[in-house]
Design a protein around this ligand. Sequence first.
Ligand code: C5P
Length: 146
Amino acid sequence: MTESTTHHGTGPDHGTGAVVVVAAALLDGGRLLAARRSAPADLAGRWELPGGKVEPGERPEDALVRELREELGVEAVPGERIPGEWPLKPGYVLRVWTARLRSGEPRPLEDHDELRWLARHELDTVDWLDQDRPAVAEAALRLPAA
Ligand code: C5P
């Protein structure tokens, strides 16, 4: 609620005026979960860190847990915020947290048509959304090198 990078819209983050989209660098067994978008057409086929919009009055970590429940059918525990904030479409910014699985096995229930667990050396085998790439690079530093 403190940084200021964009000034569009009337989202829940009144500190910036931007709608915050939260996404998870979900880490398990030395791998990061990548999710392939099934919609909209201009994003379909590209890979992202799963997440979605923070609702008015919702805490970002709560939104993250809710989105992972809705999209993947898992219970997750948020970890640390990955430093930075990345612009999406006008009026929307992306913020990323690490997360770990509490229970469940991720399935592509909503928004995605394929999931992959990627080891550090496999991270560049999928076509990440441009706006997710800096966070993926940061998340890679939290994965074992070998
Ligand atoms: O999933 P949802 O539609 O709520 O996401 C809101 C917006 O944030 C969409 O435009 C989506 O493409 C974008 N997004 C993104 N990178 C993510 C998660 C969402 O660019 N990791």
